[in-house]
Structures are given as C-alpha cells and as structure tokens.
Ligand binder design. Structure first.
Ligand code: FES
Length: 517
C-alpha cells in the first residue's frame, strides 16, 4: 500500500481505551487496532515468533502476551518485551477521521544499530538461547563494543526447541530453525567463534581459555553453556544407530538414520522422548517408548496429565513400555534391539536416548564460581565475580523466594536478555514466571510457573477431553499452571504468579474474577 493510500477499516467507537480489535485485511493479513490512553495504534496481528494472532492473547497494563508461547509486546510502541519472539511488531500508519479508523503503509521493524564506539569487550561462552539473546540484547540496548560468542556448534544460533519437533520430522531445514540469518551477525558485528569450547575461566582476570589454547580477556563474561544430554549406564550405548538428542547435528543424524517403517526405540518419556516419538511416528516409523515412570511426564505434570499424553501416544500408534527398565542395547556394530530387565526384547534399527540433561560446567572447575554443579547468581544474574554473569541451565538464581534453576528454552532466552541489561546497568531485573510448552500430535500443552516439587494438583475443565487448566500447589499455594486449550487463563494466572501473588486452592477454584484479574 503506498503511503498516500488510506484504507477505512473500522469505526473509531469500536476501540475503547485499553482495548483492541483485530481487522482482517486479506486472507493472510490482519491488523490489530489498540487504544492505549487516547492514542490509537495499529500493529500486525501476527506474532513475529511463528505468527500466532496476538488478538487471541491477553492485553493487560499496556502489554500484549502472545497466546501461543507467551512472547510479550508493548501495546503502545510494538517493542518486543519478552522472547521467544525476537523482533518488534510490524506497524501500520493509522489515523482517525469523522469517526472512522484509516490505516496506511505498513512498516517492518528494524533492529537498531548501535552508533559510536566503545572499547569494552563482552565475551559470551555458549551460543544457545541465553548466549544468543545476550548478544542481541546488548546491541538492542546500544552497546557498541566488541561482542564475541564462543560456541561448540558449527553454525549460528538456532531454536533448539524445534529439533525434536519439525526439524526431526523433516518439515524444517537449518535455515528455518536458525534464530537469525547469517547476515544479522555480520551486520551487528557479533563475532561467532564456532567449533570452540572454553576449557577454563580465570574469574579474577576475566580471561577465558579455549580448547585450542587461545585466550580471550574481556570486560564482561556471560556464562551460557547450557546442558548436555545424559546417556544411560547400560551396555550398548556406543553402537551405531544409538543417538542422544541435543544439537542440530544430533537431530540430523537421527533424521538421516530413521527409515519409514523402521523400528525406533525411544528411551525416556520426558520432553525429548515424547516429542521424538511423536514426530518420528509422524514420519511413518514404528516407535516404541520405554520409561520407568507409570505415565509420561509423571514427575513434571502429575498422573492425570501424564495419562492424557500416554493415551495420545497409544492412539497414534506408539507402543508404550512403561514402568520398565532397559537392561542393555543389543547388536553387533549396529544396534539390533533393546532388552528390558523383564526380558522383553524390542527390535530396533535406531535408538534415541532421552533421559535428561546435565549442566555443562566442567570448564568452571577451580574458578570459584561453581557450587553443587551450578553457578549461583543473584536476580541480576551476577555471579560472585564482578563482571561475570551466568544464564540459563547452569544458573541457579538466588532470589527472595528461594533458589531456582530452570532448564527451559524461554527462561534461558529471558536470562540472556536480562544479563545484557544488567551489564549495561539496568537497575531492576524484569520479573517473569518461567514458561515452556510442548506440541505433540497437534496438541499443545503450556506451563507457566515453577513447581518442581508440587504436592497437589487441582483441575478446571476436563483432562480426558483435552481442554483444561490445572494448578500445581506446594503447601496450599499455587506455584504453576498447565493447560491444554485454555492458554488465556494460564497467561492471566502467570501474570499473578509473576507479581508474587499467593493464590490458595480456594481462590484457584473460585477463578480469576475472585482474584481481580
Ligand atoms: Fe507468539 Fe510463539 S507465536 S510467542
């Protein structure tokens, strides 16, 4: 649309202060009209993450939360406030005349380019969610110094969450899962040192030693090394055809190894196990899943939700061997089967082990930054050493409400952004409730909060029919919510949790209105 072409799309009176409407412009394009105070704004009604309509999400206190994966945007400026979306909203010119709303040209968001010069260096150890977002946010906030990202991966940062989903299914290639095009890092002068690992950190000198012997001294260091996949202490894990799944290279190896109608055994029924089972089943493989729990996700989400996942997998042809242990992985050079401790023998051309992950912190031995296998940090993500920050899986955040270490993608992304803000002197850390999701067989489950040791679960809705909201309680107080099909309510509870509200079972039962939300 040319700048001088205005299109009449709505009546001014349809958009009350503090509210929004979505207007469809074409089959593929909708505009989100929102009035903040007296100002009217027009944004693309499509989240820059993967395109969910923001109009199906939640607007509170001038902030939109995306219904799909909880990215946040300032309703007045379109600024991206929280990942997993990375960019701001596309904007339309808008004006009002004679009681009508008219929109003009659409403007795509531009990533800011720092100007000026800065002699300082920020070294980021790790190029996953936390490291990549720390680098981006430094530039977003105007940092003009040197940024070096040290990553063992062979390429640029990518969305690890998609590895066990669409990438494994073959529906996406590397360019589809990369967080940014290669040109982004060039234009933002973010140096990616690929294929390299840190082997030691001198915390006093703020100096990193790399696996090729090179050293890098920095003014600030962000430790963002994430986790590595755990293997299983049974014979046969070294056979050809047996895989772990952590990196894009791992996922590609599995993808290349799995044949239609081939036999795949998945060991583990958590995120990696269930998603891998679902997406390989979608590719026509015969999939068996083995796990010691009585249902998938038993410890994370409880029995009822776990049973729902189990039913979903059975209905889609996944053979479940629950409450079973693996004795050995059998074969010659290549895997031929998996033997369970009850003598069950499962044929296997491919085995995927998805039994959890452990933080990558070996290089921090002797640095004085480690404690019980993690790096303690404050809410600004500052470690004990001045100028050194830790984010994501390796960071144990010691806040007012206790210590918390969370291994989820969006949490690491938010940490990365927060570390950048902290480096640049932001006074207050941004509060957020942890969020994660899984999508399997066209069903999405979202979870907001942190309840690793919940002692009670309460439901609203119907778990069996797949539309419900559940509350996870610890000592009678809501710690997290999970949902299939009721993302909006989950977002609203998430905002209350984030604000530090103590919500009792009775209040949860009574609903959001009783909480004034
Ligand atoms: Fe909006 Fe994913 S589509 S956060």
């Amino acid at each position: 649309m040319a700048n001088d072409q205005w299109k009449d799309i709505a009546a001014s009176g349809d958009i009350e202060p503090g509210s929004f409407v979505s207007v469809q412009l074409s089959e593929t394009e909708s505009v989100l009209l929102v009035r903040t105070g007296t100002e009217l704004h027009a944004w693309a009604d499509s989240c820059p993450h993967v395109g969910c309509p923001l109009s199906a999400g939640h607007l509170a206190d001038g902030v939109f939360t995306c219904p799909c994966h909880n990215a946040r945007f300032d309703a007045a400026t379109g600024t991206n406030l929280s990942p997993p979306a990375l960019d701001d909203l596309a904007r339309y010119e808008v004006r009002e005349a004679q009681g009508r709303v008219l929109i003009g040209a659409r403007h795509e968001p531009e990533f800011p380019r720092p100007t000026g010069s800065d002699e300082r260096t920020v070294a980021i150890v790790g190029g996953g969610a936390g490291g990549a977002l720390a680098a981006e946010q430094l530039r977003r906030e105007g940092f003009a110094g040197r940024i070096v990202v040290i990553t063992p991966e062979s390429g640029r940062p990518y969305d690890r969450v998609l590895l066990s989903k669409f990438y494994l299914a073959g529906d996406m290639g590397f360019d589809d899962i990369a967080l940014r095009p290669a040109s982004f890092y060039e234009s933002q002068a973010i140096e990616l040192w690929t294929g390299r690992r840190a082997t030691a950190i001198d915390a006093d000198a703020k100096r990193i030693t790399l696996d090729n012997g090179r050293e890098l001294a920095a003014d600030f260091i962000v430790l963002a090394t994430g986790s590595r996949a755990r293997s299983l202490p049974v014979p046969g894990t070294n056979l050809s055809g047996v895989h772990l799944l952590r990196s894009a290279a791992d996922a590609k190896a599995i993808r290349d190894d799995v044949r239609e109608a081939g036999n795949v055994v998945i060991i583990g029924a958590g995120f990696i196990g269930t998603e891998t089972a679902a997406y390989l089943r979608g590719r026509g493989a015969n999939v068996a899943m083995v796990a010691p729990e009585s249902v998938p996700f038993e410890h994370a989400f409880g029995k009822d939700v776990g049973e729902r996942f189990a039913e979903m997998h059975r209905a889609n042809g996944v053979e479940l061997h629950l409450e079973r242990q693996v004795a050995r992985i059998a074969g010659g050079e290549r895997v031929e089967g998996v033997e369970l401790t009850d003598d069950t023998k499962l044929p296997a051309d491919v085995v995927v082990i998805g039994v959890g992950a452990e933080p990558v912190v070996d290089y921090l031995d002797g640095s004085g930054l480690l404690e019980n296998g993690a790096v303690p940090v404050d809410e600004h993500l500052r470690t004990r050493a001045a100028g050194i920050y830790a984010v994501g899986d390796i960071a144990r955040v010691e806040g007012a409400a206790g210590a918390k270490r969370v291994e989820h993608w969006v949490v690491a992304q938010r940490h990365g952004r927060q570390a950048a803000r902290s480096i640049l002197g932001a006074d207050e850390p941004l509060p957020f409730a942890p969020f994660f999701w899984t999508r399997q067989f066209e069903t999405s489950f979202g979870y907001i909060g942190h309840a690793p040791d919940f002692d009670e679960v309460r439901f609203k809705g119907d778990v069996k029919n797949g539309k419900f909201l559940e509350g996870y309680f610890k000592a009678g107080v809501l710690a997290a919510v999970g949902t299939i099909g009721n993302g909006k309510a989950a977002i609203r509870y998430g905002l209350l949790l984030e604000a530090g509200r103590q919500i009792s079972r009775e209040q949860f039962e009574a609903g959001l209105a009783s909480l004034g939300a």
